[in-house]
Write a protein that binds this ligand. Structure first.
Ligand SMILES: [Zn+2]
Length: 281
């Protein structure tokens, strides 16, 4: 199976579907990340050019860690728009890879770049199969299955159609976060007015936010305010009902970390190999 995960920025795929990416790679599937923006806006001290270069290095490290190919388009942060030119660029790009599954943003989002990605993916979906649109790249015979990453926006609210146990992936997900140094230890703490410890080990503990054990309750997790362990645990706490429905009462109640996805109605129906693979995870 070929899977394409499309984010606006270099960290969107990592944090929202990095665990699923890692699981799929280990099962022998081919996973590719695309960041539609180049990362130029993500720093308060480095110049945009320096930031693009540094982010590219961090993304290359993530690609190696996950065993994936990672493409970054040269579109400046905060300037992505869902115009015809970008839609056609995306149609050609998706056709060339010809994925069975695409994962991306919903268009309900605070960030204009995320919204634009959501719209572009939806606008491209049916056109992927239309031969006279972008005739220089052969059209796909079938649309891919399309899913949206989890978000917290409420109008309308994200629906967790598919939930996955990510307990085996928490170390990888934290290592991915730790690899994005310019983001998690520099830029995001700057925007959130947080102090970051200097020492490497203390920094990593700070990154996690809180020690989550078997006895930590969903209420405690939902009440915690920061940290990547907390962030990934919140998905499990938020969608406890769905995890129990999927994995049964005993296992579902114990899962600490999860990833959740909503099916996009403009993609192919979830069936065949894609369904089989996802249901076995
Ligand atoms: Zn983003």
């Amino acid at each position: 199976m070929k899977v394409l995960m499309i984010g606006a920025h270099q960290d969107d795929n990592e944090f929202r579907c990095g665990g699923l990416a890692h699981k799929l790679v280990r099962l022998g599937h081919e996973v590719r990340f695309l960041s539609m923006c180049n990362g130029c806006g993500g720093h308060h001290i480095m110049t945009p050019e320096e930031t693009v270069k540094r982010r590219a290095g961090e993304s290359a490290a993530v690609a190696e860690l996950l065993g994936i190919k990672y493409d970054v388009w040269d579109i400046d942060d905060c300037t992505l728009v869902a115009d015809l030119e970008t839609r056609r660029k995306l149609i050609r790009y998706i056709r060339e890879f010809s994925p069975d599954l695409v994962i991306s943003h919903r268009q309900n989002d605070y960030h204009a770049d995320h919204r634009a990605v959501g719209i572009l993916v939806q606008d491209a979906s049916y056109m992927l199969t239309v031969p006279h649109e972008c005739p220089d790249v052969p059209a796909m015979r079938r649309m891919p299955v399309i899913m949206y990453n989890e978000d917290a926006f409420k109008n309308p609210e994200f629906q967790a159609d598919l939930v996955f146990d990510m307990d085996s992936e928490i170390d990888t997900k934290l290592r991915i976060a730790h690899t994005n140094i310019s983001q998690v230890y520099e830029w995001l703490p700057y925007t959130n007015e947080q102090e970051v410890p200097e020492n490497e080990q203390e920094r990593f503990e700070w990154l996690k936010g809180m020690e989550i054990t078997e006895s930590t309750t969903d209420e405690e997790i939902m009440a915690a305010s920061r940290g990547y362990s907390v962030r990934f645990a919140k998905t499990a706490a938020r969608f406890r009902k769905e995890l129990i429905r999927r994995y049964g009462e005993e296992r579902g109640a114990k899962i600490r970390y999860a990833e959740a996805f909503e099916l996009c109605e403009y993609g192919r129906k979830l069936d065949g190999e894609v369904k089989q693979v996802l249901m076995a995870i």
